[in-house]
Design a protein around this ligand. Structure first.
Ligand SMILES: [Zn+2]
Length: 356
């Protein structure tokens, strides 16, 4: 496998092209991220301190490192009165659930956990992954996670109920995977909102080619999942129009060392030692996704993330290569566990990739 000589993207990345120096087209079109800065963040937070209300802001927390750090920053560093919300995903790693509860306790913030009723999440995951297996398309891998997107609907509903006007998320700007946009369209635009909309429309067009996706029970959930894909999606913007949504890491640089040391020292945060990585360890479905991307495209979302961190100068290329070597390891036994928990036939899943 050849990788870009500037970032680390492999030659199996969708629509990748290299120039005579081995530098990829993703590198050529990349624009460095402009942070808004801490002064702007402090000014904005001050404007949302509301002495008459119980909470100043809401922070969604998954138990992963970025969202835990966001909660820590808001509650401890900036003294915001926070309502923490957690989507109780049935495939959460038990340690991430422990991280959520511990962080809320130690920071003395209220926590509301949301779970879909009647095993809605499990049923949706099973049906959507089965549909994918009938006609595998790498562009549609994320569709199996539609149920998770509904959390944004629930979080906004809770924010409205408690009259909260500010939502601070721990999404980092480098997590928007460029190769996923490339799978459905030729353009990669700087604007996150535009990329998101383009990806969604591409995904809708492609799901239309596989009728197994359109199960009558799943359709309403899928549509809601599209509308509330994240906090910036159209549904979230309209339903949560009075709620200002910001991302901590569009103001402050994402510094992994600082994040990990502070959350482990101050909140006893831990990740699962079984996996030699911390990014997205909080959901076991990450192992399923990694397996699907690796077997279909020869890369994972981590290649895309680390390529961006290298271009940003946050990570050295050598370090990224070493980490990918170690962290892109597949965990078929976790895949098997998740599928068994979802009531699926794991052998049938693995067979899909043997044929390819
Ligand atoms: Zn590159």
């Amino acid at each position: 496998m050849t990788r870009c000589t500037r970032c680390v993207l492999p030659d199996t990345t969708p629509k990748i092209k290299f120039d005579e120096n081995g530098v990829c087209n993703y590198c050529h079109s990349y624009k460095k991220y402009q942070y808004k800065g801490e002064a702007a963040l402090v000014q904005l937070l001050d404007a949302y301190r509301r002495p008459g209300s119980k909470y100043d802001c809401m922070v969604p927390i998954s138990g992963g490192k970025d969202s835990t750090f966001t909660l820590l920053k808001m509650a401890r560093d900036y003294g915001m009165r926070v309502l923490a919300v957690n989507y109780d995903n049935p495939y959460s790693d038990p340690l991430s659930t422990q991280n959520v509860e511990q962080a809320a306790n130690l920071l003395n913030v209220d926590l509301i956990r949301v779970r879909l009723k009647r095993q809605g999440h499990e049923k949706s995951f099973k049906q959507l992954l089965n549909a994918w297996m009938r006609k595998p398309d790498p562009a549609l891998i994320p569709v199996m996670c539609s149920a998770c997107h509904l959390m944004w609907y629930h979080f906004i509903k809770i924010a409205r109920k408690h009259d909260i006007r500010l939502l601070v998320s721990g999404n980092d700007p480098f997590e928007e995977t460029d190769f996923k946009v490339k799978l459905v369209s030729d353009a990669v635009i700087d604007d996150v909102k535009q990329n998101f909309t383009k990806t969604i429309f591409g995904v809708i067009q492609r799901t239309a080619r596989n009728l197994s996706y359109f199960h009558p029970r799943q359709l309403p959930m899928m549509i809601k999942g599209y509308l509330f894909g994240n906090h910036l999606a159209i549904g979230s913007r309209v339903y949560g129009r009075n709620i200002h949504k910001i991302e901590l890491f569009s103001y402050l640089p994402w510094n992994e060392e600082e994040i990990l040391s502070r959350i482990s020292d101050e909140l006893s945060w831990t990740s699962n030692a079984k996996y030699e990585r911390t990014w997205r360890f909080d959901c076991k479905v990450t192992c399923v996704k990694d397996y699907m991307y690796m077997k279909s495209l020869g890369l994972t979302e981590r290649d895309d993330l680390y390529a961006k961190l290298v271009r940003e100068g946050i990570m050295k290329r050598e370090q990224a290569l070493q980490r990918l070597e170690k962290e892109n390891k597949l965990y078929p036994e976790t895949v098997q566990d998740v599928l068994t928990e979802a009531g699926m036939d794991a052998d049938q899943f693995f067979k899909v990739f043997q044929k390819r």
